[in-house]
Design a protein. Sequence first.
Length: 134
Amino acid sequence: MDFAFLSRWQPQLLALLRIVTGLLFVEHATSKFFAFPMPFPIQPLPPMLMAAGIIELVAGALITIGLFTRLAAFIASGEMAVGYFMMHFPQGFWPLVNKGEAAILFCFIFLYVAAAGAGAWSIDSARERKAPIR
């Protein structure tokens, strides 16, 4: 079966990937700061986790709404790379063993979004359509 017909939906599917991933990232911040939907296991937050939570909240919200998406996704990707190697990798080489699969997926999804842009349904794409032609 030829799945080439899906290519016409690429901007919308990219937007869905961006929105869902951004919301999941925000969820990590709400766990750290508001104990929602579950409390973060380390309290009070040390400075590095506080910084991570701020990045997750701000970048996650920006990515979700599609504002400054490339920059926010690039920063979020870097945070996840640092988080993986600081928190997960020391627990073992294999991501399944060190529970780092989500960090790796976040890192590479955000890196892709930084390269691809926000896609449809974003403030960035609305701003590009309204930009004056030079």
